[in-house]
Design a protein around this ligand. Structure first.
Ligand SMILES: [Zn+2]
Length: 619
């Protein structure tokens, strides 16, 4: 088949280009530019040509060959590769297109350097060859009674039969020290085997990285084995239960996902991707026909992995254990994901009942019930509010205020756009607070455009209804500015009804230093007079007003106590701590009650939230 415009340009070696084309997935390259239009068509993908107007799809992409062809007349039906596509679609020259693709797959481009050939390209190929042979070898051992050890009985105990083992390429590393060395070093050389992460070295002696373990091959998006996960077979041994290949030239644990190569195709069909905890969860799903499933490799979910997931689907479903460790992991994953949640993305969360995993559930309740369970995955807003409600309770104004402040912090870290607005509405509705409360709390976390430096305590307008709601509209909001760089005492000039300051960011950023800066004057007084009560009163009231009640009272009390400890003394802080806490909690509660009454009075009857709607979180 004729290929358009030869890749061989004197600027860069053919070896580099062929390595680059090896690494990129043409389907991802195209989809990242035209959206999810490509539909599976036999061995190919097909859609309407992005380069000419047509109603019947004649644009065909072959993922394995890494080429696209328009059979509707473009380029006389000549095939093109990923570089050709980027050049054509983005109207770029060869060099710029190559630079762009290099950037997208995280390698350095070769231009403007003396050495324009990737010196590692050959080693990378050698490593891949060694890993491929190792994979074949480990799979063979699983069928070899001399080598399989306890592997077969372990797999059977997990309900994994020969068919499934084959589908996932499972193998076994026997209980020997140097089988890789013995069988593969003549062909590949010990150095390459070590670079591939198959051998490890201690005291100048090389021996096998994996021994007496079930082997799970990990592949790149093109299905080439780039590393392994290994689960120990001897439960008595104190070796770690799971180990992975170390990071190598071809494998970066934090960027890879187990089963991604197969799941990406399934996920493009279903429009979903399930992210489960581990290898065996992926396999359990696979056994029951849920093929669109991946897992991180024993580490927390990273943004590199999320990027991979989002290249396949806009609806990732994160599945976690229902215990507190699982919930913590989910919260962490959510925090990592926030900045990546652009429009069109709908991240969901699913928790298994405590003590269950996909395997036990699928076996006990059957695949239909399990599928129904997957369908109930929580949208992001529900997850956030549920977690915060678990944390703070749902029956006090103080809790509502804490939840609002934290939810606002979460939303403010999402990119501006429709999803963020949807999230804002849904969250407000779920908490049972007026949306404006959340918007205000968010704006307080974004000192921006309309700020003027002023001492926050003086010249405060009366807390009434905001005269200009427009200025608090989400559309006018600017990119986020870090709370830490916020001008001290900055506040909005008419956006919200009470001038704002940075509200508490619980567990997100240490705020003690800012707190000290903000109350510089008061702290000076405190040092002179030692009047702890006056200081506490002033700070609490200021915080409540500035944040329209959205204050985490416990956190605030901690900051007050710390301040007193630093400037008055340990003894005083100790005796005052319970009083400060009581005062802060009660004041916050009172303030929020009053605020609800105020809101009630100032709204027209149709928009009028009742106090119970305003603060109620019973759900
Ligand atoms: Zn065309």
């Amino acid at each position: 088949m004729a290929i358009m415009g030869g890749a061989s340009q004197s600027l860069v070696s053919d070896a580099f280009i062929s390595d680059l084309l090896d690494r990129v997935n043409i389907v991802s390259v195209i989809e990242s530019r035209i959206g999810n239009q490509l539909k599976r068509n036999g061995a190919n993908y097909k859609c309407c040509c992005p380069f000419h107007d047509e109603d019947t799809p004649s644009f065909v992409v072959n993922e394995n060959k890494g080429i696209f062809t328009c059979f509707g007349g473009c380029d006389d039906g000549k095939a093109g590769n990923a570089i050709n596509f980027v050049r054509k679609f983005e109207n770029l020259g060869f060099v710029d297109a190559v630079k762009k693709l290099c950037e997208e797959c995280g390698i350095e481009h070769p231009f403007g350097k003396e050495e324009n050939l990737d010196p590692k390209a050959q080693l990378r190929k050698d490593i891949l060859a060694a890993l491929s042979d190792a994979n074949v070898m480990y799979q063979g051992f699983l069928k070899d009674p001399q080598k399989q050890g306890e592997a077969v009985s372990y797999l059977k105990s997990r309900g994994i039969d020969g068919q499934v083992a084959k589908e996932f390429g499972l193998g076994v590393a026997p209980k020997e020290w140097a089988i890789v060395m013995k069988r593969l070093s003549r062909k590949h050389g010990a150095d390459v085997l070590k670079e591939a992460g198959l051998l490890t070295e201690k005291n100048g002696k090389k021996f096998d990285m994996f021994r007496d373990r079930i082997m799970f091959p990990i592949s790149d998006s093109r299905g080439r084995v780039i590393g392994f996960g290994g689960r120990k077979l001897d439960n008595e041994s104190d070796a770690p239960k799971y180990i992975n290949s170390p990071d190598t030239l071809v494998f970066r644990k934090s960027n890879e996902l187990y089963n991604f190569d197969k799941a990406q195709n399934a996920g493009r069909k279903t429009g979903k991707l399930y992210i489960v905890e581990g290898y065996t969860d992926v396999i359990a799903h696979g056994q029951f026909g849920i093929k669109d499933t991946v897992a991180p490799l024993g580490t927390a979910f990273t943004d590199g992995q999320l990027e991979k997931v989002l290249s396949v689907t806009s609806e990732p479903v994160m599945c976690f254990d229902g215990d507190s460790a699982g919930r913590k992991a989910a919260w962490k994953a959510m925090n990592m994901a926030l900045p990546h949640l652009n429009d069109g993305v709908r991240m969901k969360f699913l928790f298994y009942p405590e003590g269950h995993d996909p395997d036990t559930l699928l076996r006990s309740e059957g695949v239909d019930a399990y599928q129904a369970r997957l369908e109930t995955a929580m949208p992001l807003s529900q997850f956030v509010v549920t977690e915060l409600t678990n944390r703070y309770g749902n029956n006090s104004p103080e809790a509502a205020a804490s939840i609002a402040a934290e939810a606002a912090d979460v939303i403010s870290r999402m990119p501006h756009g429709v999803y963020r607005e949807v999230m804002l509405k849904a969250t407000a509705a779920t908490i049972g607070l007026p949306e404006q409360r959340l918007i205000d709390a968010m704006l307080h976390q974004h000192p921006q455009a309309q700020i003027k430096p002023a001492h926050p305590i003086k010249g405060r307008p009366h807390p009434g209804v905001s005269p200009t709601r427009e200025t608090t509209s989400m559309k006018g909001a600017q990119p986020k500015q870090s709370a830490n760089t916020a001008p001290r005492g900055a506040h909005f000039t008419g956006g919200s009804m009470i001038p704002s300051m940075t509200p508490p960011k619980i567990g997100v950023a240490p705020r003690f230093q800012q707190f000290q800066q903000r109350y510089e004057t008061e702290i000076k007084q405190l040092k002179e007079t030692g009047d702890v009560e006056a200081f506490t009163r002033k700070a609490v009231i200021t915080e409540l007003k500035d944040n329209r009640g959205a204050v985490n009272a416990r956190y605030l009390a901690d900051n007050l106590t710390k301040t007193i400890q630093s400037f008055v003394g340990e003894e005083s802080a100790k005796t005052m701590a319970p009083k400060i806490r009581d005062y802060t909690l009660t004041a916050t509660e009172k303030f929020n009650k009053r605020l609800v009454e105020l809101e009630k009075q100032s709204h027209s009857p149709s928009r009028n939230p009742s106090p119970s709607q305003g603060m109620g979180m019973g759900r």
